[in-house]
Design a protein around this ligand. Structure first.
Ligand SMILES: Cc1cc2nc3c(=O)[nH]c(=O)nc-3n(C[C@H](O)[C@H](O)[C@H](O)COP(=O)(O)OP(=O)(O)OC[C@H]3O[C@@H](n4cnc5c(N)ncnc54)[C@H](O)[C@@H]3O)c2cc1C
Length: 575
């Protein structure tokens, strides 16, 4: 390890171990941290040097490869053509896709069972979309994605999703239809299209596919993954749970020839294979990686609820780094959600708080058009003092909220097509809970509300007066929000819910080419190593574009499918 940087200095060995203990791959890095601390003279000189090094060149202890696992610790050896690391969205897809090619597949998963997160799967031109007349222009979607990434991405990977995700969804539909599982495409964008300036701020695309019936919150994307896994097993794929991968195996020729994973009893298993597909998700649960790759957000995120899995600790990123993979440049892309304080309280509390009501910052000022995809409003909120806002509305909200439109899980409908998102009664319960816990405040006067919000009273009163003036005139000349989302704040009691962003998942990773092969620092493939979904890079830049609904799951399914085809071809010597 060459250096420490300023922020890292504040991390004690104890806190590092606590965070690394979540991920077995991280444990291997502890030794290098201890080694680094062995000489205080060395540490202080390297710290001094680090301050003068460019951020991207500062090396953290987790980047140092751990010692190889000794052979006597390996109690079991299995052979496969393709090993998939991670039984999440990309991993299960890859397992079936490779098994269909005739490859002998073993999937190793860290958790006890499959536990995916997510609901809306965004693809372009599935047969379902076409049958509903929702044909999209892949070229347009490519450019939307590129713009959303501020062009800080690899267009070739975006094109793969824009042009081939429909084909992958058709393949998924074959499996779901055989199981009698219904799938719908969401097309609730009428209100947005009625705006006086359609497409000026953002256009919602009908990319999102939702599978299953009833309460989406209860089943989510596992209604897709369960039948894919079942079919993969029917085709011979073997799933090993509670078996976290800790190291990749590389031969003298630089080929990846397998993975070593940990078993329940502290012993190890080696899986020999001709190709390894990393599908380990993001590093949202790894404090050290958040510190390095999300500069400026580290301490803030320490004090938020990470909504993604704490067990997604970037193990695949690290294992790939240790065999020479190149990583996406800084800063990495994130998927933020605007429900930090209300989330664990009650679903109705955060759904209600996320409507495009008047937003004010800690100074009691309005600062943005509140009607934008939530990843983007989160970024605007992170720019504000204290990185939070108040979402302000009045007692008319039960009539007003269902007219707000909103993106995906933001929407409120009197009779929600996707319960429980959008249910007014759920929001009423949530508001009660938020008031009880102090996340929301209420008062009969605007002044009284300001006092409870602890914002400057005069400024807040002026902000509300101005907002009411705009709402009554029907034109938001200050921030350009659509008329039907400008609602007055005049009927007591008044409410404010405190909102700040929290992290769903990280979206950047190791560099890959269009075969989903992992690239080294010279841009050359590391033979036998593939990466898919959130462990891979080059697809998103900076923040998640929620208006291209479900593109994250859509990418994971698409990349998982094609990575497996390529890995199987290598393993079966078809290339
Ligand atoms: C609450 C929530 C809601 C979301 N909703 C949506 C949505 O509606 N639409 C959308 O597009 N996106 C959504 N997302 C994002 C989406 O869930 C992820 O981007 C997506 O799951 C990433 O897929 P993946 O296959 O890359 O990783 P994951 O699905 O996270 O799978 C990674 C798997 O690898 C396993 N793993 C990790 N380390 C190891 C190891 N060392 N060894 C073995 N296994 C390991 C993990 O346990 C996990 O099972 C949501 C995210 C959250 C948190």
């Amino acid at each position: 390890m060459s250096s420490l940087d300023g922020s890292k200095k504040g991390i004690t060995r104890r806190t590092f171990i606590k965070s690394a203990a979540i991920g077995v791959a991280g444990v291997a890095a502890i030794g290098s941290l201890t080694g680094c601390n062995s000489s205080s003279t060395n540490e202080s000189s390297s710290t001094a040097a680090a301050k003068e090094e460019p951020l991207e060149e500062q090396t953290w202890s987790f980047e140092t490869p751990p010692d190889p696992i000794p052979d006597d610790k390996i109690k079991e050896v299995l052979d496969a053509d393709v090993v998939v690391v991670g039984a999440g969205v990309a991993g299960i897809t890859a397992a079936l896709s490779a098994a269909e090619e005739g490859a002998k597949v073993i999937v190793i998963e860290k958790m006890r069972k499959v536990s995916p997160l997510g609901f809306w799967v965004g693809v372009v031109n599935s047969r379902l979309q076409k049958s509903k007349g929702l044909t999209l222009d892949p070229e347009q979607l490519t450019w939307e994605m590129k713009h959303a990434a501020l062009h800080y991405a690899d267009e070739r990977l975006i094109r793969m999703w824009a042009y081939k995700s429909g084909q992958v969804m058709d393949w998924i539909l074959d499996v779901l239809e055989a199981e009698g599982i219904p799938v719908t495409v969401e097309e609730h964008w009428e209100k947005k299209q009625d705006t006086p300036r359609p497409g000026l701020y953002y256009t919602m695309y009908p990319t999102a596919h939702v599978a299953g019936e009833g309460d989406i919150w209860q089943h989510g994307v596992d209604v897709i993954l369960t039948p894919l896994q079942k079919k993969a097993e029917e085709k011979g794929a073997k799933f090993l749970f509670s078996t976290p991968a800790v190291q990749l195996v590389k031969d003298e020729g630089g080929n990846i020839t397998g993975v070593i994973a940990k078993q329940k009893d502290e012993n190890y298993i080696r899986l020999n294979s001709k190709a390894v597909i990393l599908a380990t998700g993001g590093y949202e649960g790894n404090q050290q990686m958040r510190y390095k790759y999300l500069p400026g957000l580290g301490k803030f995120l320490d004090n938020t609820e990470i909504m993604g899995r704490q067990t997604n600790t970037g193990d695949g990123h690290l294992m790939a780094l240790w065999v020479g993979a190149d990583m996406d440049p800084l800063p990495h892309a994130t998927m933020f959600f605007d429900s930090n304080l209300a989330f664990s309280l009650h679903i109705g509390a955060w759904v209600l708080s996320r409507q495009p009501w008047l937003n004010v910052n800690a100074s009691g000022e309005r600062y943005q058009n509140e009607d934008a995809p939530y990843g983007y409003t989160c970024r605007a909120d992170l720019y504000q003092p204290g990185k939070f806002k108040w979402s302000v509305f009045d007692s008319k909200w039960p009539e007003e909220a269902p007219n707000m439109g909103g993106t995906v899980c933001e929407r409120i409908y009197p009779n929600s097509p996707i319960p429980p998102f959008g249910d007014v009664n759920t929001c009423k319960e949530g508001l009660e809970k938020a008031l009880e816990k102090g996340v929301a405040v209420t008062a009969d006067t605007i002044q009284g509300l300001a006092e409870k919000m602890k914002v400057p009273v005069d400024t807040f009163v002026k902000t509300v007066e101005r907002y009411n003036e705009l709402a009554k005139s029907g034109e938001d000349v200050d921030f350009g929000k659509d008329k039907y989302k400008l609602t007055t704040i005049e009927k007591a009691p008044f409410y404010a819910i405190k909102v700040s962003p929290n992290l769903l998942v990280t979206l950047s990773g190791v560099r890959v080419n269009t075969n989903l092969e992992v690239l080294n620092k010279e841009g050359k493939p590391i033979p036998g190593l593939y990466a898919t979904g959130n462990v891979s890079g080059g697809f998103f830049g900076f923040e998640y574009p929620v208006h291209i609904t479900g593109v994250s799951l859509g990418r994971s399914f698409t990349q998982g499918y094609f990575a497996a085809k390529n890995a199987a071809a290598r393993a079966l010597k078809k290339t």
